[in-house]
Design a protein around this ligand. Structure first.
Ligand SMILES: Nc1ncnc2c1ncn2[C@@H]1O[C@H](COP(=O)(O)OS(=O)(=O)O)[C@@H](OP(=O)(O)O)[C@H]1O
Ligand SMILES: Nc1ncnc2c1ncn2[C@@H]1O[C@H](COP(=O)(O)OP(=O)(O)O)[C@@H](O)[C@H]1O
Length: 285
């Protein structure tokens, strides 16, 4: 059985023409560009483009508050301005999030682990990724330290750099979640407003904030990297929890804290997160 569908200009050069293809058991084939099809399908494409713009415009406004959302409809291609990018279009692909999730038998989401340095974020991220892997689920860890080795190596630790660090990791995490992957982001992310901005980027309820509520004394006593010692002696300035603020979440989805002064093991914390994912239906397509 095959079904007709229309493919927007991602595949074909943007402009006048529209191609169309059909799906079959093993995929789809293009019948080419334009010709008779472009004439008959133009009104349909116009509607698709308009729907697409309606669906996306609110998101653009929310993301940076700068979008003037001026629309140029030239041969039904919708162009808009987002931030400093002018005349850009949104391209849809025939394989969407839903199809990817079906393939992976899971739902994409972002598990955002926040807490002081030494609170166990990276340890939990790794334990969680390993447990999910053993259960047959695909996850990917975006660790603050690691991302600062590449994408974010231009950023330091002053407030605006941390905000940008969090924003970029939020955007990358959003892409992973859209790919259908369980994305585990572990970074201090000390400022509430930045974490909330990441939450706001994500589809409803797919941003799961995990607060490592481990007291500073415990984190400092661990001092795995010797950074607290350096911060206390003034050799590092602006260290979170010492002379830079950490704003705890007010309503995280998951709060992990010591019980009677003892921290649960990383594996038991990971299982707590997995149990949340299971309850909320993320471990099925
Ligand atoms: N000034 C200062 N404050 C806090 N942390 C510092 C600082 N300088 C270096 N480091 C090391 O960098 C790691 C934190 O990076 P993040 O990207 O997670 O930080 S942030 O979210 O942008 O605040 C952090 O890693 P973790 O210990 O894993 O949290 C530290 O090792
Ligand atoms: N649940 C835990 N119980 C005891 N020690 C832990 C736990 N989680 C992490 N640790 C230890 O604490 C230190 C800091 O952990 P890490 O994951 O690097 O924290 P963060 O990424 O928040 O800086 C490491 O030495 C780690 O072995």
């Amino acid at each position: 059985m095959s079904s007709v569908f229309f493919c927007p200009s991602t595949v074909w050069p943007a402009g006048e023409k529209i191609g169309f293809g059909y799906s079959s058991v093993r995929g789809w084939r293009s019948t080419g560009v334009g010709g008779v099809a472009s004439v008959y399908l133009r009104p349909i494409r116009a509607k698709m483009a308009a729907d697409r713009f309606r669906g996306r415009s609110g998101e653009f406004i929310e993301e940076n508050g700068k979008c003037d959302c001026s629309v140029t409809e030239r041969n039904t291609l919708v162009l808009s301005n987002v931030g400093n990018s002018t005349n850009i279009a949104w391209h849809e692909c025939p394989v969407g999030k839903h199809e990817r999730q079906k393939l992976l038998k899971q739902k994409g989401c972002v598990i955002w682990i926040t807490g002081l340095s030494g609170s166990g974020k990276s340890t939990l991220a790794c334990a969680l990724s390993r447990e999910l892997h053993m259960l047959g689920y695909l996850s990917y860890v975006l660790d603050g330290d690691n991302v600062r080795h590449g994408l974010n190596k231009d950023l330091g630790f002053k407030a605006e750099d941390r905000s940008e660090n969090i924003r970029r990791i939020g955007e990358v995490a959003k892409l992973f979640a859209d790919a259908g992957i369980i994305c585990i982001a572990s970074l201090i992310s000390p400022y509430r407003v930045d974490r909330d901005a990441c939450r706001a980027m994500m589809p409803y309820s797919t941003f799961i904030e995990v607060f490592m509520d481990i007291p500073l004394e415990i984190c400092e006593s661990r001092d795995a990297k010797g950074l607290y010692k350096l911060a206390r002696s003034g050799k590092i300035k602006g260290f979170t929890g010492i002379d830079d603020p950490y704003e705890p979440p007010l309503e995280s989805e998951i709060l992990l804290a010591p019980i009677d002064g003892v921290c649960p093991s990383p594996v038991s914390m990971a299982k707590q997160v997995i149990s949340y994912l299971d309850d909320k239906g993320f471990l099925e397509a």
